[in-house]
Ligand binder design. Structure first.
Ligand code: BES
Ligand code: ZN
Ligand code: ZN
Length: 464
């Protein structure tokens, strides 16, 4: 869908937004958030989208209303629409959210559909209070979210470690990023044994990918964003059962978010430095699969007891983070990972788990979550949790000694923390619940891949 701004309404299909208090101007319409009604006039189709009570409207309410509007217009098969932002001189946040709702709401993953869904060709935005740069940046950000969704939704047989590396190369050739990829031989040679072990049973071997964006040559500050890139998580020897395995192509959603952020940075070009890091592997079951009970030496030098080959995300992240710290010297590290099913028990699928060694970073990410609607909630890393992953024959174990399932998200985070230098501000975001919606669409969350993390991280990076 092409988006442009306009001063006058030129389309006969018009999307309007109505606060609850103003809804009495439209008969039989309450104006609740998410409600929509279609009214036909002589020469126009008017789609009224409810915003709810004005005082309760956050960015999410505007995004949801716009999403309902564009989806209704798609249902009605309108080629062009006019989107009328309520009130002139409204806040940039309102305009931004309505544009986001429009572009993200228009998404359909149709690569494998015999019949292609109807697509709206263009939308004009009336009363947009964003300047041209902000307008373009918002569109670029949304395109990056859709790109991340596509990567997660597509087949695991397509999006394998090599595919992720080639996507990174594509970004590099289009935008002048520096991309460095370590293949399976280099991983072994350099002692990145955990990534090598997790990926060793697959016919598509592991990769460790670095994408450098330098927007401020003068500054030494650099943020590393690390995304878990398990392109399919079978569980390995601790194989996943039917009922848990079907959606495991989404185990690279952290990597997809990192690629999405890098794509956004390329378009928006902020004066910051970011290195995107993707440990990519297919956790396969096969004759060459790594064993539960084995002890492996990590890149950092610590030895790790494998108590479950299904707790593989923390293993690849451990090596990626340790190597990244040494080679790229980031001042902050944020990792995104579909790490534990446990995070769904703690927070369900609409809030991600946040873990950090730094209060300032944690609170900044919390704020970005509230602004973008990609919410995070911090959980503790108390000593008892950290003690529960101490090893017997090796230094640490990849599954805690606590009762099965107890605080599994926290102990997973505690494992990663073992590989982070104390001097580096670090945050881990467990997106196992938020990255992929197994149910039907709700609010502004689509079914299947959500693209979670791109808007959250971009908001954080642009403001810090
Ligand atoms: N990829 C899974 C976590 C996951 C679960 C992601 C559900 C998305 C939806 C991860 O690798 C995993 O299997 N974690 C185990 C860890 C356990 C063995 C300590 C889990 O959470 O059960
Ligand atoms: Zn697993
Ligand atoms: Zn996994």
């Amino acid at each position: 869908m092409k988006l442009k701004r306009s001063d006058t309404i030129t389309s006969s299909t018009q999307i309007h937004f109505i606060y609850q208090t103003d809804s009495d101007t439209i008969p039989d319409f309450q104006g609740k958030n998410g409600d929509i009604t279609v009214r036909y006039e002589k020469n126009a189709t008017l789609l009224y989208c409810g915003l709810g009570e004005k005082a309760l409207c956050t960015n999410t309410e505007y995004r949801v209303a716009a999403l309902k509007g564009i989806q209704k217009a798609m249902e009605l098969k309108r080629d062009k629409v006019s989107i009328i932002i309520p009130e002139k001189n409204t806040t940039p946040d309102v305009s931004r959210s309505i544009i986001e709702g429009t572009l993200l709401g228009g998404y359909k993953f149709s690569v494998y559909k015999s019949e292609q869904p109807f697509r709206i060709s263009s939308a004009e935005i009336i009363n947009c209070s964003l300047d041209n740069t902000d307008f373009k940046n918002t569109i670029a950000l949304c395109e990056s979210v859709l790109y991340a969704r596509d990567l997660v939704n597509d087949n695991a047989s397509v999006v394998n470690p090599q595919f992720l590396a080639s996507e990174a190369m594509k970004l590099a050739s289009q935008n002048g990023f520096i991309v460095t990829t370590l293949d399976e031989k280099e991983l072994r040679k350099k002692g990145l044994n955990l990534i090598a072990a997790v990926g060793q049973a697959s016919s598509t071997p592991p990769r460790l990918i670095f994408i450098e964006y330098t927007g401020d040559i003068k500054s030494k500050e650099k943020t590393a964003i690390v995304g878990k890139g398990i392109t399919f998580d079978s569980g390995g020897q601790n194989h996943k059962p039917t009922g848990s395995i079907e959606t495991m192509r989404s185990d690279m959603a952290g990597a997809a978010a990192v690629l999405g952020v890098m794509k956004s940075l390329a378009a928006i070009k902020p004066k910051i430095n970011v290195v995107g890091v993707i440990p990519a592997a297919h956790n396969a079951l096969g004759g060459n699969a790594y064993f539960p009970g084995d002890i492996y030496k990590a890149y950092s030098g610590k030895t790790v007891e494998i108590w479950s080959t299904d707790a593989e995300g923390r293993l690849v992240l451990a090596d990626a983070i340790a190597y990244c710290q040494e080679k790229y010297k980031p001042s902050a590290i944020i990792d995104l990972a579909t790490l534990t099913g446990g995070v769904l028990y703690a927070l369900s699928d609409f809030v991600a788990g946040l873990f950090s060694n730094n209060d300032t970073l944690a609170s900044a990410l919390f704020t970005s979550g509230e602004i973008t609607g990609e919410r995070v909630w911090r959980l503790p890393l108390y000593k008892e949790y950290c003690d529960s992953i101490k090893g017997e024959l090796g230094d640490i174990r990849n599954v805690s000694k606590l009762k099965k399932g107890h605080a599994s998200s926290i102990t997973g985070a505690a494992f990663i923390k073992e590989f982070v230098n104390d001097t580096v501000a670090w945050a881990h975001i467990d997106i196992a619940g938020t990255a992929f919606n197994e149910g039907s669409a709700r609010g502004d969350v689509p079914a299947n891949a959500t693209g979670y993390g791109v808007r959250l991280l971009m908001n954080y990076l642009m403001n810090h």
